[in-house]
Design a protein around this ligand. Structure first.
Ligand code: GLY
Length: 253
């Protein structure tokens, strides 16, 4: 169960965030409203939400998930692979020192963004992407091992982060799309497959028995609902324009 979340209010400079999609620039006012509703949804799921101020220096800074991995006994500060995002960790470090006594860090030449890290109990799958390299992954695995946890890597070429294409919904259920469907690493799970035309919805998040699903993906919503979950739809269309999804907008712990 999660009890807390950290989010950062989108900055006006959000419109200049990184993107590989051709969906146009996000509308700042709409993004603010969507973010407020997202925060309310986290609260409705029982989380205390720590809301950080907007940071105009970093267009992508609302995607806080990439800056840290929070495990039960420790906060691990990442080392984002995107040059424009590297220094987002400075402010996050200050926030997490206050919340976790224990901080570990991923360091150069290792890079890691936690959108590439999927928790399954005490095991963490780490996607090797354009943002996360094997040195970063190996550093993370060494840290996890110190705390009695394990990690393994997953190579992929499709999408920005591992969790752009695969999400663990607890109870051995894995939401999965595209080439991830055939990955041998994921054969042991009950796969809930997301059709290619709804692939964005593969980034859905389990929070305390609920599954938050992006608004507008009815086939995926139905499949997750059929697996027995309570669904909460959240409109994140403005963040999608920057390749960001539901998981990217918060650190949950
Ligand atoms: N726009 C989010 C990212 O590329 O990290």
């Amino acid at each position: 169960m999660f009890t807390k979340a950290i989010v950062r209010i989108p900055c006006k400079n959000l419109v200049n965030g990184l993107t590989a999609s051709n969906l146009g620039k996000p509308d700042y006012e709409s993004a603010i409203i969507q973010h407020q509703k997202y925060v309310q949804t986290l609260k409705d799921c029982g989380l205390d939400v720590i809301i950080l101020d907007a940071d105009e220096h970093y267009p992508d800074s609302t995607f806080v998930e990439d800056t840290a991995l929070l495990i039960p006994k420790c906060a691990i500060i990442t080392n984002p692979g995107a040059p424009s995002r590297k220094d987002e960790i400075i402010k996050m470090k200050k926030v997490l020192i206050g919340l976790f006594g224990n901080l570990e860090e991923i360091k150069d030449p290792g890079t890691l963004e936690a959108g590439d890290v999927m928790m399954v109990g005490t095991h963490y799958y780490i996607g090797l992407s354009e943002r996360t390299n094997s040195r970063g992954a190996n550093q993370l695995i060494a840290i996890l091992n110190q705390f009695g946890m394990t990690g393994s890597t997953v190579s992929f070429k499709e999408g920005l982060h591992l969790k752009s294409g695969v999400s663990y919904l607890e109870n051995n259920n894995l939401l999965v799309t595209g080439k991830f469907i055939d990955k041998p690493e994921f054969r042991k799970f009950n796969l809930i497959t997301v059709d290619q035309d709804e692939s964005y919805a593969a980034n859905s998040i389990w929070i305390n028995g609920n599954v938050l699903v992006p608004q507008g993906f009815p086939k995926t919503r139905k499949k997750i609902e059929s697996a027995g979950y309570k669904i909460i739809e959240v409109d994140v269309s403005e963040f999608r324009k920057l390749d960001g999804g539901l998981s990217c907008l918060s650190l949950r712990f």
